[in-house]
Ligand binder design. Structure first.
Ligand code: GUN
Ligand code: FE
Length: 415
């Protein structure tokens, strides 16, 4: 089946690049992008066109780090540092996901809010609960969100009601047996080194190797956390080595934060193909710091963005991109490293995440379409006609749900 979309096409095929096709056409066959064209090719003249008029069509967003069971505590506990915030709010909130009706309600709402915010790919942490994790996967799939979900593993330092025992591994196996989804796949998720015993880390590393499963966790977010890892693993000179020791530090491992990663830790990421997920809103909210994003990129580390709900308070990834720009400007004031430009931050919030999942670099033919259509006509009236680049910049800063007119995921409009 042929689908043709018409509008102002904008994408960031590489870091820092922004390409625009005014009044252009996207031609899809069965949801797969065939051509990006400034005119309607002759052979499609008789086909119906979905006309978005003067609206902007751009690749959708990808959120590579969020905690789904923390959605109920969005905007709470924001005056606490990480370890107190976990003990006071987070573990207790996640404990509620024992209740599967509650889980269903929260996860259905979250899945819908992701789509209506223009996010079509995620890598999400669930809670420790196997059945609630499967419900999250089901609700995401039904809503049209694609990507990875992980049942969280934590068998120490996670609050008395939340700590797992030997069942952490057996429940992980039960969860994997029941993951039967098309566009949502499992990712192994040891919460972070302080919450996993050595035995559990070792078992998860073996499982990752045996079944070729991806891994996600947290790294060097907060100085108190880093000191704690050092106490728990005196044989590891740096935090990352506590994952490396157990086979969890590998190609495509996602490590959230990396706020305090120094040159050596960054080089270990680059050489192993470990990705850094930058969560600027969370890092400022929890006073963790501002991550060295420019340095990571210069050293060859692959970087994408995450909302880190609910350490982060904004689900919409355009807001997260703006926060990463602001954090980078503070970093520039402190260190002189150039801040992230709007096209660069958008690349990290969109293209980078799609590439992580094997999607296209911007509107690259051969891949299923992941796109948002933004109607910017209700923004404050400008003094002169704006260029498409200016309209793009404004959309990243100002876009809200009501401006989003369509959200394509795997080639289908899910809005
Ligand atoms: N480190 C371990 N667990 C968490 C969490 O839930 N959020 C954040 N931001 N950091 C963590
Ligand atoms: Fe997190």
């Amino acid at each position: 089946m042929t689908t043709i979309l018409h509008g102002n096409i904008i994408h960031a095929p590489s870091f820092g690049a922004l390409e625009t096709v005014p009044n252009g056409y996207l031609i899809l066959e069965d949801g797969v992008l065939q051509t990006v064209s400034p005119v309607l090719p002759e052979q499609y003249a008789a086909c119906p066109v979905t006309d978005y008029g003067d609206a902007l069509i751009m690749p959708s967003f990808a959120d590579l780090h969020l905690h789904a069971p923390q959605y109920p505590m969005l905007g709470m506990g924001m005056d606490l540092p990480l370890l107190d915030w976990l003990d006071t709010y987070t573990f207790r909130t996640e404990a509620r996901f024992e209740d599967l009706d509650y889980a269903r309600r929260v996860y259905r709402r979250l899945a819908r809010d992701l789509i209506t915010s223009g996010t079509t790919r995620v890598s999400a942490f669930a809670s420790r609960h196997t059945d609630a994790t499967l419900i999250l996967m089901e609700e995401l799939e039904k809503a049209g969100v694609t990507g990875y979900v992980g049942k969280v593993n934590m068998d120490r330092n996670a609050g008395p009601s939340q700590e797992e025992t030997a069942e952490s591994l057996s429940e992980t196996l039960r969860w994997l047996e029941n993951c039967r989804f098309t566009n949502i796949r499992p990712i192994l998720t040891p919460r972070f080194t302080p919450a996993c015993t050595d035995g559990l880390m070792e078992s998860l590393g073996k499982l990752a190797a045996e079944r070729d499963l991806p891994v996600q966790s947290h790294l060097s977010e907060n100085t108190g956390e880093i000191a704690w890892v050092k106490e728990l693993h005196p044989d590891c000179p740096q935090y990352w080595e506590s994952y490396h020791k157990y086979g969890l530090w590998k190609d495509r491992t996602l490590m959230a934060h990396c706020v305090h990663s120094d040159r050596r830790e960054q080089e270990a990421m680059a050489s192993s193909g470990v990705w850094a997920v930058h969560c600027a809103a969370s890092n400022v909210n929890l006073c963790s710091g501002t991550a060295p994003v420019r340095e990571l990129i210069e050293r060859g580390v692959r970087v994408a963005l995450g909302s880190d709900i609910a350490g982060g308070d904004q689900l919409a990834m355009n807001r997260v991109a703006v926060m990463s720009i602001r954090a980078s400007k503070i970093k520039q004031i402190e260190t002189g490293k150039p801040f992230l430009t709007v096209p660069e931050a958008y690349y990290l919030a969109s293209t980078a995440g799609h590439l992580y999942f094997g999607g296209g670099a911007g509107f690259q033919p051969g891949h299923k379409l992941h796109a948002v259509v933004v109607d910017d006509s209700a923004f404050p009236e400008p003094t002169r006609p704006l260029t498409l680049s200016e309209r793009f910049e404004r959309s990243i800063y100002l876009m809200e749900k009501q401006h989003i007119k369509a959200v394509y995921s795997e080639g289908i409009n899910r809005l």
